[in-house]
Design a protein. Structure first.
Length: 209
């Protein structure tokens, strides 16, 4: 019968391991507060060691959170860059509403290569009891005209200002060499109706450090 040997780490090895971990986190931009520091000859308790590792976990969690970024779409900019067959007017109450032409507009999203799109959030205005406004996220490939819908949100009721959120089941990675992304806004109202409009869209994405 073979006996398993349990490797015991020396004081120097333990301190060295913690030093490497703390140094690595600090190098990539996060200051770590070490609750317990040791010198040769110190007696190290499990409580002290656990506290140090908890500090590492807190730092790593903070780094994960810092990866989250936001891309904001201004409706003023959207109006200026809209396709020629869409005409919209920005109103101080309803935001950008549909005034004439086609009842939808497409707005390109410019995100860095490798970004992971996680969520879209639309800030809309709707006091219309029968019509709404819809915001869709699309991916379009570069080698053809096919667009794939990744998700959408639509206003409901007639309460006025609303925040609509759609979270992608699986984050969609940006590969600018093969595909592009755009937001499409569709108005369910007739031209000139100011009861439905949009203030802006925010795209949540993350970057791998």
């Amino acid at each position: 019968m073979k006996c398993l040997k349990v490797k015991r780490f020396s004081f120097g090895q333990i301190v060295g391991l913690l030093t490497v971990v703390f140094f690595g986190i600090t190098v990539i931009g996060y200051a770590v507060t070490i609750p317990n520091r040791f010198t040769g000859g110190n007696t190290i308790s499990a409580t002290q060691m656990n506290a140090n590792f908890d500090a590492v976990k807190t730092a790593i969690d903070a780094l994960e959170a810092s990866r989250t970024k936001y891309y904001s779409l201004s409706m003023w900019a959207a109006q200026k860059s809209a396709r020629s067959d869409f005409q919209g007017v920005i109103d101080s109450t309803s935001g950008l509403y549909y005034s004439s032409g086609s009842n939808f507009l497409d707005i390109p999203i410019h995100l860095p290569y490798g970004a992971n799109i996680e969520e879209i959030e639309a800030y809309v205005y709707d006091t219309n009891v029968t019509s709404n406004i819809e915001v869709r996220l699309y991916q379009g490939t570069l080698n053809n005209t096919t667009s794939v819908g990744l998700g959408s949100v639509a206003s409901s009721g007639s309460a006025g200002a609303q925040t609509l959120t759609y979270t992608l089941p699986t984050p969609q990675q940006v590969a600018n060499n093969s595909a592009g992304f755009f937001i499409q806004i569709i108005y369910g109202t007739t031209a000139g109706d100011t009861s439905v409009g949009i203030y802006g869209v925010r795209v949540k994405y993350s970057l791998t450090l």
